[in-house]
Design a protein around this ligand. Structure first.
Ligand code: AMP
Length: 612
């Protein structure tokens, strides 16, 4: 991920060594004094927000110490603060959650009631995010020297934004960041030297944005030292785009002009400042791209690349094999862990294997707490809707410096923007410590069964979607006796697959169009992040239903039991991931159907006029 520099200096007086040293010293300092820093952070948050409605309502009475805070303020979920959020969205500017003015809403990829969660934020949070970004390259430069001597080719995009009824902007955190002066007007820093001009990143048309970023990246291929995107899925999308459009890109490089499909005047102007005719480079790219195999295409086209900077932890790990293939096993580097609620931490050992990535939480970002998780070995998923915690569970939460090695916890944060003891929904495992600060493996997002890009579909959503689709089968006196699902990332873009075993009572055969209607109904029923991925980002392919032979789910049960599942407690998993099980299901498919078109999606919240 790109980083924002903190210190404004001109190229001549830029002292990289000094700046890196200062940053690493900062990390040493805050991790060595993690507990003290945490106490200070909580004290600051509570002092400045002493009079906000939420804290007053719960009776904190201006206290700013940990003990009273933990006794008085409950652990919360989005649903608990939904009323407050709605009031802010509808234009109530009183100090509801935070004493500082809410500058905008960040729309999370986590959903509630099928819509993106809205996270209120304040202006100064941009500085905290910038600070986290500014840690990344000094850390990286300890392991890979010379990164200041070339450029980074990062595929970065903005997404659509909407306005709440009260007039606040609602947009994803990265869109907010790229549009901010922290990114757009970043001062000189050899580490924020990207092949993509700002105008190409800020172009709202995703085709033109991707095309122009690839064009600039290809044109400057020799200068590129690192490549990346935020998530692995985004980087693979760029490679896929190149597969489709390399002829056009080569033509533009050969002639030093941009084809007329690129109409955005800012993009054209910015790219034309860089692009000059280069027939030799065009021939080289053409020769590489027209070879049968695209194995190692990244190192072939960008020969000086040292690593691929993309998140491959969590559900993104499904993309590791394809990235290895395209990059000829270059290191895959996961640099940071962040969310709309708050940016959390960085990976201090970025060249480690993806399976060993751990993130050190930076104690200045927010006040962290940890709810112990006792998972039933993760085979099936626990209930979806988080239940309110009992008194005892509330007392089980531990502080940052008190987590235990090897234990798993759910992350709970108290932020400067007004979330108090808020459950983020991520499960983390303690992998080690940097001084006093714990380092966490990212284990999973709670309850998510399917994910291709930033979509997160849980079991209840899937269940409801299937229930809606089954209505199409009723006229045929058919129903589904069992189902499960699978995120198929072999296709690009990946897509959801549902395995259905039918129970047929009628004699009329079911025409394919009915199953296609079922596919579309499921897609229409899924949350807005999924539908946006299908419609706007094109990062998710059409949903597929695979009808399996009768008896397939019995075979699935037999297999699970042979692996040690208990017969009494066996429940059909609503999602399968384990390769032999996917193979078993696939070997019994009798027919398959795809969604014939995209589901409906509009920017904004379904309740807002501008989103309708
Ligand atoms: P959003 O609120 O849409 O920005 O999504 C934030 C969520 O993305 C986090 O709560 C995690 O579930 C996931 N996420 C962010 N960074 C990482 C990472 N480095 N590894 C795995 N998952 C991540």
């Amino acid at each position: 991920m790109p980083e924002a520099p903190k210190i404004s200096l001109k190229p001549t007086d830029y002292n990289l060594v000094e700046k890196n040293k200062k940053t690493l010293h900062f990390i040493e300092d805050v991790t060595a004094n993690a507990d003290k820093v945490q106490e200070r952070v909580l004290g600051e948050i509570l002092t400045r927000n002493a009079n906000v409605e939420y804290l007053v309502k719960h009776g904190l009475k201006g206290h700013n110490d940990r003990e009273t805070f933990k006794k008085v303020i409950p652990v919360s979920t989005y649903e608990d603060i939904q009323q407050e959020i709605n009031r802010i969205a509808n234009g109530d500017t009183s100090k509801i959650l935070c004493s500082r003015p809410i500058s905008e809403f960040l729309t999370s990829s986590g959903t509630s009631g099928g819509e993106r969660k809205l996270m209120p934020t304040i202006e100064e949070e941009l500085e905290r995010r910038s600070l986290l970004y500014s840690l990344l390259m000094p850390v990286m430069s300890q392991f890979v020297p010379g990164l200041d001597k070339g450029k980074g080719m990062y595929f970065l995009f903005i997404k659509s934004e909407a306005k709440t009824p009260g007039g606040l902007l609602a947009r994803p955190v990265l869109t907010s960041y790229y549009k901010s002066s922290h990114f757009k007007e970043r001062p000189y820093d050899p580490y924020t030297n990207y092949t993509s001009p700002n105008e190409t990143i800020l172009c709202p048309d995703s085709y033109q944005s991707m095309y122009s970023q690839l064009l600039c990246g290809l044109y400057q291929n020799k200068e590129v030292l690192r490549v990346g995107a935020v998530f692995a899925s985004g980087f693979i999308r760029a490679i896929r785009f190149l597969e489709k459009h390399w002829t056009l890109l080569c033509n533009d490089i050969r002639s030093g002009t941009m084809n007329p499909q690129i109409t955005d005047p800012y993009v054209r102007e910015a790219v034309m400042k860089i692009l000059k005719p280069d027939p030799m480079l065009a021939d080289f790219i053409e020769a590489e791209c027209s070879k049968d195999s695209w194995q190692g295409i990244i190192t072939r086209l960008w020969p000086n690349t040292k690593y691929v900077d993309v998140i491959v932890t969590g559900t993104m790990s499904q993309y590791i094999p394809i990235l290895d293939y395209y990059s000829n096993n270059l290191p895959l580097v996961c640099t940071m862990y962040a969310s709309s609620e708050c940016y959390f931490g960085v990976n201090l050992n970025p060249l480690c294997k993806p399976s060993e990535v751990s993130y050190t939480l930076i104690p200045t970002m927010c006040y962290f707490e940890f709810l112990p998780v006792h998972r039933n070995n993760g085979v099936t998923n626990s209930p979806n809707v988080p239940k309110a915690l009992t008194e005892k569970e509330q007392q089980e939460l531990v502080d940052l410096v008190d987590v235990k090695l090897g234990h798993e916890y759910e992350l709970v944060v108290t932020t400067y923007s007004g979330l108090y003891r808020y459950r983020v929904g991520d499960v983390l495992r303690v992998a080690g410590f940097k001084n006093k600060a714990p380092q966490f493996n990212f284990i999973c997002r709670k309850n998510v069964v399917l994910s291709i890009d930033s979509d997160k579909t849980d079991e209840v959503e899937l269940q409801n979607a299937v229930k809606n689709a089954v209505n199409h089968l009723m006229p045929f006196d058919a129903t589904i006796s069992e189902y499960t699902s699978y995120a198929d990332t072999k296709t690009i873009p990946g897509h959801y697959v549902l395995f259905w075993e039918l129970s047929l009572n009628g004699s009329t055969p079911i025409p394919p169009s009915v199953f296609e209607d079922c596919c579309l109904t499921i897609e229409e029923s899924l949350n807005s992040v999924y539908r946006q991925g299908r419609v706007s980002d094109k990062s998710i392919g059409p949903l597929e239903i695979k009808i399996v032979e009768p008896g397939t789910f019995d075979k699935l049960m037999d297999y699970a039991i042979s692996l040690g599942a208990s017969i009494n407690q066996y429940k059909t998993p609503r999602c399968v991931k384990f390769a032999p099980i996917v193979e078993l299901m696939n070997s019994r498919v009798v027919s398959s159907y795809f969604s014939p078109k995209c589901p409906k999606w509009v920017p904004g919240h379904k309740k807002w006029n501008n989103g309708d």
